[in-house]
Design a protein around this ligand. Structure first.
Ligand code: 6PG
Length: 453
């Protein structure tokens, strides 16, 4: 579609044939290959080969199958959702082989992959230079800016893609929580809720995920006729990138509470039978139903609360990337990451343009929420977030991700926290010591002198 001629191969030859047959006008730019030998022979060396298959062992197997047929300087590009640790291992394994490896995060789902994704490249900078032109030609464009960039050595691209997905989990979960308040709190129908999301998509929340939520809520079930969303089992799948984001955040000691809450919510969703049994035993919370005096004002609060929650999740995601950048010496370019997420990817939105501008003005900001534009946005929206989380709590509606954002803001902005008590407890039971506010050189409490007898 973008003018590049490609050779294609799938281990199941029938799939390759099917793909070719469906290519329509583009057939003359596609060379379908039935065997690896044929495939490798069809590409002019040095060969750039994009591997896009299920992440994990299959990638190692595919690379092993390709290797004996490749020559010096050929480039294997893993474009799946690899765990960046696997990518680092693959880089090490190929280090002295003369072959080039690129770990490339690709976002945009099937349509993005087909018509223009956001592409996050990791590897040696000179390898990037060799594929830059072709990747730029296939990447999504935001205005005229291509949504592709080299982000750093080895696992940088796949790490950034993982965090993209972690943020995607948080975004989706917070949308689902707001949907829950509208459905179970305000008793609105799927179609009515869809209209709300449709309105929001014209405002500050404009994004692909809000847009598709509107469409999802408006869609009819071809079998039963009602809204399809009402027929879908409430058990969410997950393939691992959200969990990896939370694990890596924890590994580096950076809070990513929005992502953690979203991953946990998907896990709780999967215990459908247990949840149904628990509802029989415990019942739903014994609280009054949500009653709002001014529905329009409440819905406006929900919009602002969702924006606030989003700010929290993105701030955390960028903070995790910033820590990883130091840990793995990647020198990740934060403004560029925000920039290449503005189009093509699943979390694409207007909001990412604001993040791009905030990080361009303050590339070394400790946290997105202390940049001037986002500090203002937090101050403008956190009141609504507080009211929404409070209303949800009082009326028994679960909002773990939104509540986590509120907890994050409230803790992060408070200079004097409560960890003094934790430090005292640690010192009391384990003599772990503490630092004093006045800097005095006394690092243990007076517990030994009979207090803990
Ligand atoms: C994207 C998507 C893509 C994929 C996820 C879904 O950016 O294009 O994130 O990577 O759809 O793997 O992940 P879960 O199955 O874990 O929801």
């Amino acid at each position: 579609e973008k003018g590049n001629t490609i050779a294609v191969f799938n281990r199941t030859a029938a799939r390759t044939k099917e793909f070719y047959e469906e290519a329509g006008d583009l057939k003359d730019r596609i060379v379908p290959c039935e065997t690896i030998e044929e495939f490798v022979a069809a590409i002019r060396p040095p060969r750039p080969i994009i591997i896009m298959i299920q992440a994990g062992a299959a990638v190692d197997q595919q690379m092993d199958l390709l290797r004996p047929h490749l020559e010096k300087n050929d480039i294997m590009i893993d474009a799946g959702n690899a765990n960046f640790r696997d990518t680092m291992r693959r880089f090490d394994a190929l280090k002295d082989s003369g072959l080039t490896f690129i770990g490339m995060g690709v976002s945009g789902g099937e349509e993005g992959a087909r018509h223009g994704p956001s592409i996050m490249v990791g590897g040696a900078e000179d390898s990037w230079k060799r594929v830059e032109k072709v990747l730029t030609s296939i990447a999504a464009k935001y205005n005229d800016d291509p949504c592709v960039a080299w982000l750093g050595e080895n696992g940088a691209g796949h790490f950034v893609k993982t965090i993209h997905n972690g943020i995607e989990y948080a975004d989706m979960q917070m949308i689902a929580e707001i949907y829950g308040i509208l459905r179970d709190g305000l008793k609105m129908s799927a179609a009515e809720i869809g209209e709300v999301f449709g309105q929001w998509n014209k405002g500050r929340l404009e994004s692909y995920l809000i847009e598709i939520t509107e469409k999802v809520l408006a869609a009819k079930d071809p079998i039963a006729g009602g809204p399809i969303v009402d027929m879908i089992l409430d058990k969410a799948g997950q393939k691992g990138t959200g969990k990896w984001s939370a694990i890596e955040a924890q590994n580096m000691g950076v809070p990513a509470t929005g992502i953690e809450a979203a991953v946990a919510a998907r896990s709780i969703s999967s215990f459908k039978t247990e949840r149904e049994a628990a509802e029989k035993i415990l019942g739903l919370p014994d609280v009054p139903a949500l009653a709002v005096a001014d529905k329009a004002a409440f819905i406006h609060d929900l919009e602002s609360a969702l924006l606030a929650g989003k700010i929290g999740a993105y701030a955390q995601g960028f903070a995790v990337m910033s820590a990883a950048s130091k840990e793995y010496n990647w020198n990740l370019p934060m403004p560029t990451i925000a920039k290449i997420w503005r189009a093509g990817c699943i979390i694409r939105s207007q909001f990412l343009d604001e993040i791009t501008s905030a990080f361009t003005k303050a590339p070394d900001a400790a946290n997105l929420i202390v940049t001037p534009a986002f500090a203002t946005m937090v101050k403008d929206t956190d009141g609504a977030l507080r009211r929404v989380v409070a209303a949800a709590a009082l009326h028994g509606l679960p909002v773990p991700a939104l509540a986590s954002a509120l907890g994050y803001f409230d803790s992060y902005r408070r200079g004097r926290g409560t960890a003094n008590v934790i430090q005292a407890q640690r010192d009391f039971f384990g003599a772990h010591g503490f630092d004093r506010l006045d800097g005095a050189d006394s690092h243990h409490g007076p517990w030994g002198s009979g207090l803990n007898a």
